[in-house]
Design a protein around this ligand. Structure first.
Ligand code: PLP
Length: 393
C-alpha cells in the first residue's frame, strides 16, 4: 500500500521505542532496568487527582472550548505572571493535549514548505519530525559538550538564512539537562535583533525541575523586546508528574495562537475536560509538591553523575535541571570493538547489563547516552553497577 510522503519522512519516537523494547524483554522474563522513560516516577499529587475525581462526579465530562476552559486559561495567565513576569490575554493562550501537541500545532500553523527551523542538537527527539510533518526543514546545529551543549551566537548567526522561520530553544534541556544563563540568552537575542523575521519557540517544559541557585529564566526574560515574536511552550506533564493527563499550553502572539487553535479544532478539538480541571488545580494551588520532587531529583542527579564518571571512559557533565544525565560514552565506543556506535552500545547494555538507555543519536548526539534518573537511588545504583561491570569486563 502506498503511504504519504509525510509519514515516510518521519520515524516513530525512539524514546517510546526503548521503553517498549524494555517492556518486551521484561515480559520475556529478562531482568531489565528501564532508564529510558521521560517521565517522573512519582504519583500525581492527591489534591490534583481529587480535583479530577470531583469534576468527573460532577459531570464535567463534555466538550470544552477548543482552546481550553476559561478557568484553566485564567490559571495559566496567572502562572505566567507569578512565575515568569509575563502578561498575556486569554486570546494569547492555547491549551492542548500535551506539550507535544502544542509544538505540533505550531509547526502546522507556522511553516510553509521549505521554511527552515533551527534546532540545536542535542534536541528533544520530536522537534525535527514535527517540523517535517509541517513540511519545514529542520536545520540542526550541533553543539559541543565543551560549550555545555548550548548554541553559541556565532553558530546561530551562521545558521540563519532568508528561509529561517523559527529558532527552537529548550532550557533546561531534554536530553542534556543544561539551562541557558541570562547572559547567554542576551547574546542570542543580539543576533536575533538583526533578523526580525525569525520567531522563537522557548520550550520551558522543565522550568520547575531546576537545581541552580539562579531562578529560571527564558529568552523573554533576558530579551523582553522579543515578546511579539516569541511563543512560550509549557505544560503540567513533568512538573506535576502528569504525563498521562495530556495537558500542555502555549502563549504568544494572538494571530499565531489563533492559527494553532484552528489546527487543533480540526484535529483533537479540546483537551480532556477532567484533565483541564486537574491542571488548573496543579497550577493554582500549593507548589510544595514540585519542590519535594525536585529535591529528590537533585539528590539522584548528584549520585548518578558521580557514579557515571567513575566508569572508565565515561564523561558526564553535571546538569542544571531535569531528570536526565547525558554522559559521553565516546571513549568506550572508540576503545571497544564490540560496538561501532552508540546504538550498538545501547543494544549491548540492554542485552548484557539489562539496562535500557536511549542512544544519543536519537537526540542528534551520537556518542552520548540519555539516562533518566526518574527512579529510586537503589535502582540507579544497581543499573550503573551493571553498566560498569558489563563495560569493564
Ligand atoms: N518538550 C520537551 C522538551 C519534552 O521533553 C517533552 C516530553 O518529553 C515535551 C515537550 C512534551 O511533553 P508532553 O507532551 O508529555 O506534555
Amino acid at each position: 500500500m502506498q503511504l504519504s510522503d509525510r509519514v515516510n519522512s518521519i520515524k516513530p519516537s525512539p524514546t517510546l521505542a526503548v521503553t517498549n523494547r524494555a517492556a518486551e524483554l521484561r515480559a520475556a522474563g529478562k531482568n531489565i532496568i528501564g532508564l529510558g522513560a521521560g517521565e517522573p516516577d512519582f504519583d500525581t499529587p492527591d489534591h490534583i487527582k481529587n480535583a479530577a475525581i470531583e469534576a468527573l462526579n460532577n459531570g464535567f465530562t463534555k466538550y470544552t472550548a477548543v482552546d481550553g476552559t476559561p478557568a484553566l486559561k485564567k490559571a495559566i495567565i496567572a502562572k505566567f505572571k507569578r512565575d515568569n513576569g509575563f502578561d498575556y490575554e486569554a486570546n494569547q493562550i492555547l491549551v492542548s493535549c500535551g506539550g507535544k501537541q502544542s509544538f505540533f500545532n505550531l509547526s502546522l500553523a507556522l511553516l510553509n514548505p521549505g521554511d527552515e527551523v533551527i534546532i540545536p542538537a542535542p534536541y528533544w527527539v520530536s522537534y525535527p519530525d514535527m517540523v517535517l510533518m509541517g513540511e519545514g526543514v529542520p536545520v540542526i546545529v550541533t553543539t559541543t559538550q565543551e560549550a555545555r551543549f548550548k548554541i553559541t551566537p556565532a553558530q546561530l548567526e551562521a545558521a540563519i538564512t532568508d528561509k529561517t522561520r523559527l529558532l527552537v530553544l529548550n532550557s533546561p534541556s531534554n536530553p542534556t539537562g543544561v539551562a541557558y544563563t541570562e547572559a547567554e540568552l542576551k547574546a542570542l537575542g543580539q543576533v536575533l535583533a538583526k533578523h526580525p523575521d525569525v520567531l522563537i519557540a522557548t520550550d520551558d517544559m522543565y522550568e520547575h525541575i531546576l537545581f541552580t541557585e539562579a531562578p529560571f529564566i527564558n529568552i523573554l526574560n533576558a530579551c523582553p523586546e522579543l515578546y511579539d515574536r516569541t511563543i512560550v511552550l509549557n505544560g503540567v506533564s513533568k512538573a506535576y508528574s502528569m504525563t498521562g493527563w495530556r495537558i500542555g499550553y502555549a502563549a504568544g502572539p494572538a494571530k499565531l495562537i489563533g492559527a494553532m487553535k484552528k489546527i487543533q479544532s480540526q484535529s483533537t478539538s479540546n483537551p480532556t475536560s477532567i484533565s483541564q480541571v486537574a491542571a488548573q488545580v496543579a497550577l493554582d494551588e500549593d507548589q510544595e509538591c514540585v519542590k519535594e520532587m525536585v529535591k529528590a531529583f537533585k539528590q539522584r542527579h548528584d549520585f548518578v553523575v558521580e557514579k557515571l564518571n567513575a566508569i572508565e571512559g565515561v564523561d558526564c557533565i553535571p546538569a542544571d535541571g531535569t531528570f536526565y544525565a547525558f554522559p559521553s560514552f565516546q571513549q568506550v565506543i572508540d576503545r571497544d570493538d564490540r560496538f561501532e556506535n552508540d546504538i550498538d552500545l545501547a543494544e549491548f547494555l540492554l542485552l548484557e547489563a539489562g539496562v535500557a538507555l536511549v542512544p544519543g543519536s536519537a537526540f542528534g548526539a551520537p556518542g552520548n547516552m540519555r539516562l533518566s534518573f526518574a527512579t529510586s537511588l537503589d535502582i540507579l545504583a544497581d543499573a550503573i553497577g551493571r553498566i560498569k561491570t558489563a563495560l569493564e569486563n
